[in-house]
Design a protein around this ligand. Structure first.
Ligand code: SAH
Length: 213
């Protein structure tokens, strides 16, 4: 399978049918080959709208969920964005097409190392990936215009809320790991935080501390 014109057309069609309508987001997703982020056995299925297994027992998110979360962030070209949960690096790559600068962290060293190799190969030079426990955010680079969490938390982590600029937006799946989770959008205003619930989702849990690999 290659991400040729036919594959791209079907990929974008599926995204649209799931509600991804933002032209800039669709263009970014047409430009970045998801196949570059899926290795081995499942690489044949990279262009299907489904999550797939990656290393360290994690998953690359479903493309339509990546699209809807990215769309909900409403990213501008000057924005500095933080992602918690690098995983394969696919979501970060999409963000890199829309934002000025992307920081992404994962608790698994191996995933960060492999994602960096793909970023280098695709020449995505505005992404910096770190191994860290993302529940604490990235204090050295804060504050951020946008924050996206791609693992489910029981509540939006306090340190992340604190690292959001005024006017900033954070998108985070909230809920118990095995139960229904909801995608929440938090906006920091002059006076506080506004929350809205976007849709039910299913993500791997946000786990404390660093991974074994
Ligand atoms: N955004 C990824 C998919 C993420 S899967 C992609 O596009 O492929 C969720 C990721 O969150 C996993 O890789 C997992 O290791 C990571 N994760 C879970 N808890 C974390 C934490 N506390 N800090 C950083 N990363 C975490």
């Amino acid at each position: 399978m290659s991400f040729d014109a036919e594959a791209k057309m079907q990929f974008v069609f599926a995204l649209r049918s799931k509600g991804v309508t933002d032209t800039a987001v669709l263009t970014a997703m047409e430009r970045i080959d998801r196949g570059a982020f899926v290795q081995g056995y499942f690489s044949d299925r990279a262009y299907e709208d489904m999550p797939l297994p990656i290393a360290s027992g994690q998953t690359i998110s479903q493309p339509s969920v990546v699209g809807l979360m990215t769309q909900a962030l409403n990213i501008g070209p000057r924005d500095k964005v933080l992602e918690i949960g690098t995983g394969s690096g696919y979501q970060a790559a999409i963000l890199s097409q829309l934002a000025r600068r992307v920081y992404t962290v994962d608790r698994h060293r191996r995933l960060v190392r492999e994602a960096r190799q793909v970023f280098d190969a695709l020449e995505l030079t505005n992404i910096t990936a770190f191994t860290a426990d993302g529940s604490f955010g990235l204090p050295d680079q804060a504050p951020f215009d946008r924050i996206i969490v791609t693992a489910a938390a029981e509540d939006p982590p306090g340190p992340l809320l604190a690292q959001l600029k005024i006017g900033g937006i954070m998108v985070v799946p909230v809920g118990q790991s095995d139960a229904v989770q909801h995608l929440i959008r938090v906006t920091r205003t002059e006076t506080g935080l506004e929350y809205d619930e976007l849709r039910p989702v299913r993500f791997v849990p946000l786990v404390e501390g660093l991974g074994k690999d």
